[in-house]
Ligand binder design. Structure first.
Ligand SMILES: Cc1ncc(COP(=O)(O)O)c(C=O)c1O
Length: 459
């Protein structure tokens, strides 16, 4: 591994003025982040020429891989054709064509799209839409939202309130009187002796009980990721989502499926809600893979059923929510090209074909004493590590093993960036079997080195 050059150190110093997401304010100025300066396919490289396999595909987003000439041409072409038009009173060809394409790709009657700038604003706008609709329908008391304890839905006030992880809320305000969190479906938590069917029923009952506690007439929405992504790739037992949807329908509660991560190929389909989980929700939120991270874009898709229920009331009703960059023509042109590439290269089929190999190879890591679980679906997986195996657990020791794995994997040429102690792997969808072997082999070596360093430090 090449050591940091003077140029790298200069960038790192300037970078201290950039307040990053989840900035450690106590240690402001002391961070020395790797400066990524080039990328190609499933690899990125830093300013010192070190090449790294992009294990998380950026932030679960670079689905078609880095540095695609067609994307550069589409983006530059749109800039030169027409840079921007206000989405309030005007529209553009890419925004209109993309709306039709998304409506074709989405399940059931989710035929209308509201464009946003990212996943957080997609969730935020979806929640605002649900509350707006209830106001229009004369149900202003129906505003409570149910989510899950390990959910991540974003960083705006509403989407952060929908998110569940308590460590992300320290020193931050959230709308705790509106948002309620129930236990996640997490197969690792299934009590011994409880069948999968019983466990599923138990978790669905958590939703029913919460609705009963709040009062069905007060609950506006249930929001759920098909697979809890940042929570650690937590998979629900089969039938969980459809049973939750049925509960929601019985109580006139809007089901929002947050597909910011699972959408656009991660699970081998443009949208996973129906294709993988057998549900047609009322709203789907998406972002990230919609442009494969080349430019920012988010959206929520909403059912005709919800929209029509508003139509019937008052022709003067206006949903006063939107962004300067809603339906930005350059972002929409990028999304259209991204979808075209996915279709032309049969990327959905590729993911469905290669995913079993990806999951099998990662599962071989369970022979390492610190690896306590490997789980996943499609090209989305989590290798969970605990320094003391299945024994003692503490957050400090979880951070320690995660940081060591991160350091060693990076020196071996693999980007991991664990979520505490969880190595979440979601590589670009174009990955092949040889590259999966490379990823797993480097991860194995990185974990082994981390184990050794932790042991020698404690000896
Ligand atoms: C499921 C889910 N929803 C929403 C978001 C927020 O998306 P963004 O970071 O684009 O605002 C994320 C981000 O990781 C996510 O994983």
């Amino acid at each position: 591994m090449n050591m940091p050059s003077q140029a790298t150190e200069t960038f790192q110093k300037k970078d201290n003025l950039f307040l990053h997401p989840w900035e450690d304010v106590q240690n402001l100025g002391k961070n020395r982040r790797t400066v990524i300066s080039a990328s190609d396919g499933i690899y990125v490289s830093d300013t010192d020429g070190n090449q790294l396999l992009d294990g998380p595909a950026g932030m679960w987003c670079v689905n078609i891989g880095h540095r695609r000439q067609e994307m550069a041409d589409a983006i530059a072409g749109q800039v030169m054709q027409m840079t921007y038009a206000s989405p309030w009173s005007l529209t553009s060809e890419p925004a209109a064509v993309l709306a039709e394409k998304l409506s074709e790709l989405s399940p059931g009657d989710l035929n209308h799209v509201f464009y946003t700038t990212c996943g957080s604003t997609a969730v935020d706008s979806a929640l605002r839409f649900v509350m707006f609709r209830n106001n229009v329908l004369g149900q202003p008391q129906k505003k409570q939202v149910i989510s899950r304890t390990n959910a991540y839905h974003g960083s705006t006030y509403l989407s952060a309130s929908a998110s569940g992880k308590s460590q992300d809320k320290t020193y931050l305000d959230t709308l705790d009187r509106t948002f309620h969190h129930i236990a996640d479906p997490n197969l690792m938590d299934r009590p011994a002796g409880m069948s999968l069917a019983e466990y599923c029923r138990d978790r669905v009952e958590a939703l029913e009980n919460k609705i009963r506690e709040i009062g069905a007439d007060k609950v506006a929405a249930f929001i759920a990721e098909p697979i809890l992504a940042s929570g650690g790739v937590l998979l629900a037992p089969q039938g969980y989502h459809s049973a939750c949807l049925e509960v929601c329908r019985n109580h006139d509660i809007v089901y929002i499926s947050d597909e910011v991560v699972t959408g656009f190929g991660r699970l081998g389909h443009f949208f996973a809600s129906e294709a993988v989980f057998d549900i047609v929700p009322d709203i789907i939120t998406c972002a990230k893979g919609i442009t494969s991270g080349y430019v920012p874009l988010g959206a929520f898709l909403v059912s005709d059923r919800l929209l029509k229920s508003i139509d019937a009331r008052d022709p003067q009703v206006v949903f006063s929510n939107g962004f300067t960059y809603s339906g930005h023509p350059v972002a929409c042109a990028a999304a259209l090209k991204n979808i075209e590439i996915m279709e032309n290269e049969n990327l959905m089929e590729h993911v469905r074909t290669i995913a079993p190999y990806f999951q099998e190879q990662l599962s071989t890591l369970t022979d390492l004493p610190v690896v306590t679980d490997v789980r996943g679906c499609g090209l989305m997986a989590c290798v969970e590590c605990h320094l003391d195996g299945k024994g003692n657990r503490s957050l400090d020791r979880d951070y320690k093993i995660g940081n060591l794995i991160d350091k060693h994997c990076q020196s071996l040429g693999l980007l991991v960036r664990p979520i505490i102690n969880m190595c979440v792997m979601s590589p670009p969808l174009v990955i092949n079997t040889r590259q999966i072997d490379e990823l797993v082999s480097k991860l194995r070596q990185g974990i082994e080195r981390a184990m050794q360093e932790a042991k020698s430090g404690e000896a």
